[in-house]
Design a binder for this molecule. Sequence first.
Ligand code: EPS
Length: 376
Amino acid sequence: MKLSTAGESHGKGLFCIMEGLPAGLKVDLGEIDACLALRQSGYGRGARQSIERDHAEILTGVRDGVTLGSPVTLAVYNRDYENWKAYMAPEGCDTSARRLTKVRPGHADLTGLKKFGGSDARNVLERASARESAVRVAAGTLCRQLLRTLGIEVSGYVRAVGGVSDAREYRFEELSSRLPELFMMDGAVQAEAMRFIDGCAAAGDTCGGTAELRVKGLKSGFGSCMTYAEKLDARLAAALMSVQAIKGVEVGIGFGAAARRGSCVHDEIFYEEGRGYLRKTNRAGGIEGGMSNGEEIVLRAAMKPIPTLMRGLATVDYCSHEAVRAATERSDVCAILACEVVLESALCCELAAVVLERLGADNLADVADRYGRLPQ
Ligand code: EPS
């Protein structure tokens, strides 16, 4: 399966084309819109979300609610385009207004200008913006629906906001009770996280966080130890790293493994009649040798603080070279909940691609039949 996205943050909309989805998948548009609404929610979001009401429209590849096996095109239109078309319209617009030259540290502004040329960072930031993630959530939810038909479920929660962290471990089934404000699991930790966000907002500052992603029901043998490009951990880490603002990804105990002895890292192997091979621990996060081992996949991703700070960091004007404060218009203080939704979606897209590469992608009944015949 191949997925490409297009669209600018204040342009007409966000679009994606998904090639290689099998025929016969029933599409639940209601679930796609529900995930889009979740991505817009969360404590600490800015004013843009009160303008948008994200809704996915299917333009191609689906007939009477069922995929045809042809490329699926999804569209999420920007309501804010009405306010921006005078400055963004492809057909012609005023590019002398809404210019951004006070390039923001941490954003794509400066390096993008040096790379793509011109003197207005708007030409760069419009695409670098996390608004792109809206259509990836739409595509990811479609992939989630495909994975679900095979018994593969993806979930997750927010483990940390800034320095406020949850130290507990949770079972997959518990994750459905994550709290709506920040997707944290523990009410007391979340209340502290909300106070942390309030403090950042009051100081004109921003914060990031950490999300944990989990996959249940993926059988063993997906990915491969034979070529580096097929390694499942490499592919899933790349998918998560492709999400805006992600600076680190761990598999299982991740960086923690480097500080422990082997006997406290590797998951010992047991065998029970009727159950087959089993593990009592899952520090590997369900991946050994670049392949799923049949245990739950456990991934963590670290989101940096959003680079648009209301207090404005020190920078240099791209045109005058004067020392100035970085540009601010409006900004999210914390978008970790949205990021968690996007990470789950990016994970669903890559997992669906991995699964379809191994099982074929003509029609869903064949895919399900082949999956059912694989060992755990
Ligand atoms: C973003 C800046 C803000 C965010 C935006 C991502 O947009 P604006 O500049 O219009 O206020 O709200 O995120 C979204 C629009 C979204 O839907 O998530 C950025 O610079 O990345």
